[in-house]
Design a protein around this ligand. Structure first.
Ligand SMILES: Nc1nc2c(ncn2[C@@H]2O[C@H](COP(=O)(O)OP(=O)(O)OP(=O)(O)O)[C@@H](O)[C@H]2O)c(=O)[nH]1
Ligand SMILES: C[S@@+](CC[C@H](N)C(=O)[O-])C[C@H]1O[C@@H](n2cnc3c(N)ncnc32)[C@H](O)[C@@H]1O
Ligand code: SF4
Ligand code: SF4
Length: 329
């Protein structure tokens, strides 16, 4: 297994299969690569099925045991089932999707080897949903969640970004997962770095505080040291798990970051928040990909805590050490 100089072993990879999307969510960071707006048809810049599989085979050689497929909207890839089918057996396969294409396709993905799915659902109301996603596909997403549960995906996590437009929904979403078996809720701290709208920020500590009051039990997940709150519904006959993903200015989160990313164009990337460490796999052979993977892992640094450090006033700023060396400025 490969580890960086901060002792962070790389156990997972996060592969973006496309930057195309049928939604236009107001907050979207597109995995650190900007805009998803553009043509819906397959694009020449996307990794081919063979490119994705070749990379996964190399990652498996380094004992990587989990892959997350994401995007853009990964289900726009017609070859998704084939990619999953050809993913090395040792890897747990999960998918993050907006859910609209799950109806009619969830079962085939499970047959191919998909084990878990996260579906982005930021509201429980079609009007609010449309405002956030710029799409009227609310019913399709609800159908998608149902299809995922019926296909046996376990758990089905609902992803909700907590920001100005959604913060008021948190209690209803928590009840919703407590009342519906098979669902879990993942509350994602809004990342303003990549959207340029700091005014939408919500203090995630307040959400932690509220959940701590509601919870029967609190756990820590190994990945990112994320907190998980187990909450019962009002009638006491249902219980749901709520996980908080709170990476912003959180050195503990970064210290427990064990994944390398791959962009849809086949660039290896050591950190979501950085684009100055990209390494193209282009036409590389397997031995060359092995070398590139080693190099990207070796150059990984915890973003908050090393790449960005706190000054005397407690503000985060770029560590001088990386100016020029990585940041290219
Ligand atoms: N900054 C940062 N954000 C992350 C990281 N991992 C997840 N996130 C945020 O959380 C969002 C949701 O992640 P998902 O793809 O649903 O899944 P996950 O939380 O990574 O993994 P699972 O919970 O195991 O399914 C991502 O799109 C990011 O916004 C990370 O390592 N760094
Ligand atoms: C980029 S999307 C790609 C997968 C798929 N299209 C979807 O929406 O689930 C992956 C996740 O990133 C989250 N996300 C996007 N922009 C974000 C931001 N600015 N802050 C926090 N999370 C964000 C979304 O909510 C979604 O759950
Ligand atoms: S569905 Fe996912 S990729 Fe598409 S715009 Fe929304 S968050 Fe971004
Ligand atoms: S180092 Fe920190 S910001 Fe970068 S991907 Fe890992 S957890 Fe996210």
């Amino acid at each position: 297994m490969l580890a960086d100089e901060f002792g962070r072993e790389v156990t997972g990879v996060r592969v973006s299969l496309t930057d195309r999307c049928n939604f236009d969510c107001v907050y979207c960071h597109n995995e650190g690569l900007g805009d998803t707006r553009g043509p819906m048809d397959p694009q020449d810049d996307e990794m081919s099925t063979d490119d994705v599989v070749r990379f996964l085979e190399v990652a498996a050689e380094f004992d990587v045991d989990a892959v997350k497929f994401t995007g853009g909207e990964p289900m726009l890839r017609e070859d998704l089932a084939e990619i999953i089918e050809r993913t090395p057996d040792q890897m747990e396969v999960s998918l993050t999707t907006n859910g609209t294409f799950l109806p009619g396709r969830a079962e085939a993905l499970v047959d191919a080897g998909l084990e878990r799915v996260n579906v982005s659902q930021d509201a429980l109301d079609p009007k609010d949903f449309a405002e956030i996603t710029k799409s009227g596909a609310y019913e399709k997403v609800i159908e998608g969640v149902k299809a995922a549960l019926e296909a046996g995906l376990d758990p089905v996590k609902l992803n909700m970004v907590v920001f100005e437009h959604t913060a008021g929904y948190v209690p209803r979403m928590v009840d919703h997962v407590a009342e519906n078996e098979g669902l879990q809720l993942q509350l994602i701290e809004y990342m303003p770095e990549l959207t340029g709208k700091p005014e939408w920020n919500v203090d995630i500590e307040r959400v932690h505080g509220w959940l701590a009051e509601q919870a029967d039990e609190i756990e820590h997940r190994e990945m990112h040291d994320r907190k998980r709150y187990w909450v019962s519904n009002d009638d006491g006959d249902g219980r749901g798990m709520v996980e908080i993903v709170d990476p912003v200015e959180n050195p503990t989160f970064c210290a427990n970051c064990h994944r390398v990313r791959v962009t849809h164009e086949g660039y290896l990337k050591g950190c979501l928040n950085r684009n100055d460490d990209l390494k193209s796999m282009g036409e590389m052979s397997k031995p060359e990909i092995r070398e590139a993977f080693r190099e990207v892992v070796a150059n990984r640094v915890p973003y908050y805590g090393e790449y960005m450090i706190q000054n005397a006033d407690g503000e985060w700023e770029l560590n001088d050490k990386y100016i020029g060396e990585y940041a290219g400025i």
